[in-house]
Design a protein. Sequence first.
Lengths: 213, 211
Amino acid sequence: MRSLFLSSIVLLLLLSGCASLKPRGLKPCRSATASAEGLRSPYKGRFEKMLFRASVDIRNQHLTGLMLIKMMPDSSVRIFFTNEIGMTYFDFIMKDGTFQTGYCFEPMNKKVVIGLFRTCFELMLDYDAHEKKHFVFCEVTTGNPITQCRSGRYKVWAGSIGTEPKTSFIQGMSNFSDQTFINFSDFHSEIPFSVSIINPFVSLRIRLQMLSF
Amino acid sequence: MRSRHFLFFLLLFGFSAVQAQQQVTDPAGIARMRKGVEEAAARTSTITAAFTQEKEMNILEEKIFSSGKFYFKKEKLLRWEYTQPYSYIIVINNEGISIRDERKTSHFDTRNKVFGEVNRIIVGSIRGTLLSDEANFKASYAEEKSFWIVKLVPLSAGIKGSLSLITLWFDKKDYSVSKLEMAENTGDQTTIAFTDKRFNEPIADEKFILK
């Protein structure tokens, strides 16, 4: 009974530790206005087709290949990941707040895993807090405004880091297991060519490097 | 009048297209073709070739192109060296599968589902063993002017889960594989075409080791 109690405490501490999304070094600054990076994904409404060189590390599996993200005529977004020799790993469809699986390679075709990918891609491509209630904090060292809001089912922190070179981030979660940290860098005309996505809870890491836009 | 001409050309074209690929059903013709592939495999110790790969995604109406160099050494050593759109190397040897991308070299055993199956298909087609693998594939045969065409429908659960059809084009001159097409259950397909093929030139064993 005592060990069960202790285990529960440890588990709670672990979960609450993992679930800390708030970036460090922030102070309240209510008079500041939110930056564009804090309110919207840099890709939202800005692409027709993007081809990335991609790597996905999940549960000791290192998968590499090409990721094509395409806006379809019906305004759905297809996220297609294939390995170098042409075999498809997954094909996801995002539309109007839904996330469907066109195809998923059998070892990854698990509801939990697909749910984690959903969080990654919805935050990366679809985050938009323009019309939503948000709070603005400031980075102590640079004064950069950082936005905190609720976007759909996600609690989100977003903004830019440092000054030059430009980098921005979106950190979001809907539950303990899907907390996701996204960093955007290597900007060309406001479009990031390099993306790093991490879910520390399950050691999921996605790296994307733009090949064509 | 013009539409009649158009119809004539359409029919002619359609007729030619049907004629271009003719089914081979007589056992003697199939045996001759299989013997040719087996004999070519027996006299081939190494292959070096350039390849171009086209991944066709039907729903997305997109194609992704890549290319590189291909090396094979008997019995089962393979090296795929992609140079476009970026550098990427896959080596398959007796130890397993090694992959080098820009970040690291990873090693897998041949049970790795995707690479293991594709390796079996590539090596099996080069060595001719795939054509007689009746436990795993149902084969049908056709021919064009310059090629023997073998269509393999996967029977085993492992391959059937991802591929619906594998089509191999064997050059009638030397019975080597000139083209390989893998159709996925999703309707997408990957075509790999081999060019500038060179046979039995020495390739150092080190080419098939990635550290």
